[in-house]
Design a protein around this ligand. Structure first.
Ligand code: ADP
Ligand code: MG
Length: 413
């Protein structure tokens, strides 16, 4: 695969750069500009080399199925990409312009007017109905505006849309250069290691938490094949516990996943580790006077969760057990908070996992992937202890699920 650094003759060349500027914002006020910053190395490299950049990204969601045209207009207005273009202009030493259109005459003229080293951010790709359908006409039009394509939107690389897959497909057929940007290279390299561990990467330990077993089936399957230990946490714990016959009270359980959970436990032959205690409550909502306590949940020792209570975090014995397992790791992949980290009362488990990973120092290669996992790690101030925290929630999981394949990467091969 070609990388942005290997691209030739960039001066004066028009390059379509797909970035992930899907930033959290309201009324154009950006709450966190990390994603814009993450694209800077690629944009700077290309602009410094004298390329003329057409930068595109999606922002938020536009539900095209909505029959009320006024509501569609409101969704568009709420997801105007102009704020990201403005922010980019503040962060980079190159002229940044914004084109409020992303198709037709206005866009073509704006691209044609670019000078060497200038950047044009076009309107949110999702303003086009054809974007998510990978409409060939749309991809053709976008491709016709440029001489080359660079993919740097890792967070969108699991989606085969016109702006991520359609455009490079067209350009490739025309013999034009299509390449991976710096952010993509970093993400793909680091996550690939979790897909294909190197020699010396064992024990390979995974921590898998989060909400639903059904969301994570392919991740569990894939990790069970590669890992020496898979530590389970989060709400999905209780589906596994119930599969083992333990009473779980009001804890969230996916009844239709019980057979799958049993099959996993069988296949894992002791490599799938479940919590041995839980922090439980009689009210998920933080109402005054709710009860919170710790109970043993070791099935072999008759542990259980009483009726009227639900598990919201791993308990202290599990925190210790998991810390020991983590301490043995040479390679570690973490997805999914092990408790309801949004509430102070149920943060201890997720924080303990962070602490245990911190204690590894540089002795292991550690990767965190997943939207909520990454935000928990950031929120608790542990971002820098990891070898890599992925910027892509869904994309990082799909890479693990699909043995390192992503549509937005495969198209560049
Ligand atoms: P990621 O985005 O990192 O892949 P998920 O979306 O699968 O993670 O899961 C994150 C959510 O899981 C969080 O909102 C967290 O509150 C929730 N969660 C974790 N443990 C529990 C639990 N025991 N009960 C209910 N929700 C939980
Ligand atoms: Mg999530």
């Amino acid at each position: 695969m070609l990388t942005v650094e290997q691209m030739k003759d960039l001066r004066g060349k028009k390059v379509y750069v797909r970035v992930d500027f899907n930033v959290p914002q309201k009324d154009g006020v950006i709450r966190d500009d990390n994603r814009i910053r993450a694209a800077l190395p690629t944009l700077k490299f290309l602009a410094d080399a004298g390329a003329r950049l057409l930068v595109m990204s999606h922002l938020g969601k536009i539900k095209w199925k909505e029959p009320d045209a006024e509501k569609i207009e409101a969704m568009k207005k709420a997801n105007n990409l102009e704020c990201a273009a403005k922010r980019l202009g503040e962060l980079i030493d190159h002229p940044v312009k914004f084109c409020p259109e992303n198709r037709g005459e206005a866009l073509a003229e704006a691209v044609a007017g670019l000078k060497d080293g200038e950047i044009l951010v076009a309107q949110n790709t999702r303003y086009q109905k054809g974007e998510e359908k990978n409409d060939p006409e749309l991809a053709k039009e976008w491709a016709s505006l440029v001489d080359a394509f660079v993919m740097d939107a890792f967070g969108s690389a699991h989606r085969a849309h016109a702006s991520t897959v359609g455009v490079p497909e067209v350009l490739k057929k025309e013999g034009k250069q299509v390449a991976l940007g710096y952010l993509m290279i970093k993400e793909v390299e680091n996550l690939s290691r979790c897909v294909e561990p190197k020699e010396g990467d064992h024990p390979y330990v995974a921590i898998l938490g989060g909400f639903k077993v059904s969301d994570k089936i392919k991740v569990i399957d894939s990790l069970l094949e590669k890992c020496d230990k898979v530590l389970i946490g989060g709400a999905m714990t209780y589906t596994f516990k119930k599969a083992l016959g333990m009473p779980v009270g009001n804890s969230p359980v996916e009844e239709d996943m019980l057979d799958y959970a049993r099959a996993c436990l069988e296949k894992a032959k002791g490599r799938l580790i479940l919590p041995i205690d839980a922090v439980i409550t009689n009210s998920f909502e933080p109402v005054a006077g709710r009860e919170i306590k710790v109970v043993a949940t070791d099935v072999t020792k008759g542990g259980s969760i009483p009726d009227g209570y639900e598990g919201c975090d791993v308990g202290p014995a599990t925190r210790e057990l998991y810390a020991k397992e983590i301490a043995s790791a040479k390679l570690l992949f973490w997805n999914g908070p092990v408790g309801v980290f949004e509430q102070d009362e149920f943060q201890a488990g997720t924080k303990a996992v962070c602490e245990a990973i911190k204690a590894l120092g540089g002795k292991a290669f550690t990767v965190c992937g997943g939207g909520d996992s990454a935000s928990a790690v950031k929120q608790f101030g542990y971002k820098d202890i990891f070898s890599h925290v992925s910027t892509g929630g869904g994309a990082s999981l799909e890479m693990i699920e699909n043995d390192g394949h992503l549509p937005g990467v495969d198209v560049l091969r």
